[in-house]
Write a protein that binds this ligand. Structure first.
Ligand code: SF4
Length: 334
């Protein structure tokens, strides 16, 4: 690994060649992703391969490929899982219909849904019980949105684009609430809420933020450094909502250029032309080893000085699903 300085260079004392990396903190794995990945690893140890996982356990190519090599079979639907086999539900959550289908097929299940996604599911249930119309801000087709909306499909309407705001119809404008996907752009979501409130002034807010701490912290860290960056590189996969949002946030916050990459080898040499300051961050489903590989790649090209830009220290962790908890306590694994 090439040598580099981490956290010691100041913005006022750039490297002699003017090349520096600003490394966002927090970045990478959040508590929900860590829990989901460890859940699959522990399930493999406890029950042996093959383990079935419905959808990608987290939206990261590297993580999925690594688990596939260890004996995980990823499927799109529970109908692809042999009767009686073990299936893990991904961090993005599933609707009650998926649970029911798994039960009907006698599947053994472990639910790795992030507790912060489960929190939004519970909000949907609560507001549906109180007979509210629920406006769910989120990206059409995203697994999390499908699972959340599936809690009360006859009460939930999806609001993705500004045009969707005009299409919404509600039964009683005094009983409408907005909720959201956990991995959206904070600023864009608040803009959508503003538009919705123009139509429905009595629109109720969620009891607490649905956009999770990890999403908003990673966006804040990128915002803090973007204006100083000629280029921001976000490590993350194309199907990762929070990673894609980091690219958008970087550009909106003043970065001259920004790209999403799965691996260091995807850095286009042309992006580096006439660039001095490079911002680096990663989505919530990205193991830090991929960021370290990127830092090595950049160091080999002259960007040896790395300054960490810290905007928050995260200390959140979640207990493993019930089925694996005892195992965790015995082994002391993460
Ligand atoms: S991004 Fe947020 S909601 Fe999604 S898994 Fe991580 S902590 Fe949970």
């Amino acid at each position: 690994m090439a040598s580099r300085t981490l956290g010691f260079m100041s913005a006022a004392s750039p490297a002699p060649n003017g090349k520096r990396v600003l490394l966002a903190k927090p970045r990478g794995y959040c508590a929900g992703v860590d829990r989901a990945v460890v859940t699959v690893e522990k399930a493999l140890e406890k029950y042996g391969a093959p383990i079935y996982v419905r959808k990608e356990i987290v939206h990261n190519k590297h993580v999925v490929e690594t688990l596939r090599k260890r004996g995980v079979i990823f499927v799109d639907e529970t109908s692809e899982v042999p009767e009686g086999a073990l299936v893990v539900f991904s961090a993005h959550g599933v609707s009650p219909a998926v649970h029911a289908e798994a039960a009907a097929r006698n599947l053994r299940t472990i639910d790795a849904t992030c507790p912060l996604v489960t929190k939004v599911h519970k909000e949907v249930n609560r507001f549906a019980r109180d007979d509210y119309d629920i406006l769910l801000i989120g990206h059409e087709g995203h697994e999390e949105v499908e699972g959340t909306a599936g809690e009360a499909p006859d009460r939930v309407q999806l609001v993705d684009t500004p045009e969707d705001v005009d299409k919404v119809t509600v039964r009683d404008p005094s009983k409408v609430v907005w909720l959201s996907q956990t991995t959206l752009s904070v600023d864009e979501t608040m803009e959508r809420v503003r538009q919705l409130k123009e139509r429905f002034p009595e629109l109720a807010d969620p009891p607490s933020d649905d956009i999770c701490y990890a999403t908003s912290n990673r966006q804040s860290a990128v915002k803090a450094m973007a204006a100083e960056c000629d280029l921001v590189l976000v490590v993350g996969s194309r199907n990762s909502s929070n990673s894609k949002r980091l690219v958008e946030v970087a550009l909106q916050a003043g970065a001259k250029d920004a790209h999403l990459i799965d691996y260091a080898r995807e850095v286009d040499e042309e992006w580096l032309q006439d660039v001095e300051t490079i911002g680096v961050t990663s989505g919530a489903s990205v193991p830090d080893v991929l960021v370290l590989e990127l830092l090595d790649h950049l160091a080999e090209r002259g960007w040896k000085d790395v300054q960490e830009v810290t905007t928050a220290n995260e200390k959140i962790s979640f207990a493993l699903p019930r089925e694996l908890r005892e195992e965790k306590a015995r082994s002391g694994v993460r």
